[in-house]
Design a protein around this ligand. Structure first.
Ligand SMILES: Cc1cc2nc3c(=O)[nH]c(=O)nc-3n(C[C@H](O)[C@H](O)[C@H](O)COP(=O)(O)O)c2cc1C
Length: 156
């Protein structure tokens, strides 16, 4: 049984795009070794990440992630067993959306392209629903607003 964790967080202001990409190179290699898959979206200094794999491995990584000071206010949106993997072929797909306010159609298209890569099954459709809704909010709203809304809906 695959375990999935989805969270949002705010990037540290000092965590540059270059550093995010570099961090993800290491992350992918770790994820491959531990058979962890998923995706990470980055928009307006916020992360939305899905991590999926064996429960033990997912928990171990999530513990490290929560303590990582390159992001903060890590808020868990989903933490449950999830049937099958949503992104079985991605060690960690990374998407960074355009920052421009007028690029809504473009970012919407990008999001659709990501979600089209998903392998949705009966078992993982709940996790997928949380991912999809959260990704839509990530793109639709300003940073502050989004965070409070998602917190209200899913947060602890
Ligand atoms: C937003 C974000 C996403 C991350 N995603 C992953 C990931 O998917 N896999 C991974 O191994 N590390 C990821 N990391 C890095 C981990 O937090 C941590 O630095 C890494 O597991 C190495 O930890 P260690 O040096 O204590 O072993 C991420 C960090 C951040 C800030």
């Amino acid at each position: 049984m695959i375990h999935a964790v989805i969270y949002i967080s705010k990037a540290d202001p000092g965590f540059s795009k270059g550093e995010v990409k570099e961090m993800l190179l290491k992350a992918k290699s770790y994820n491959r070794t531990h058979e962890i898959t998923g995706c990470i979206l980055y928009h307006k200094q916020q992360f939305l990440q899905l991590i999926e794999g064996a429960e033990k491995d997912v928990r171990e990584l999530y513990r490290k992630l929560v303590e990582d000071n390159r992001h903060h206010e890590v808020t868990t949106l989903f933490d449950e067993s999830s049937g099958t993997r949503i992104f079985p072929n991605w060690a960690m797909a990374f998407y960074e959306f355009e920052e421009e306010e007028d690029s809504t159609a473009h970012t919407r298209l990008q999001l659709d392209q990501i979600l089209e890569q998903a392998t949705i099954s009966e078992g993982n459709k709940e996790a997928f629903g949380v991912l999809e809704r959260s990704a839509e909010r990530l793109l639709a709203q300003g940073q502050h607003e989004l965070f409070n809304t998602v917190r209200r809906l899913f947060g602890d």
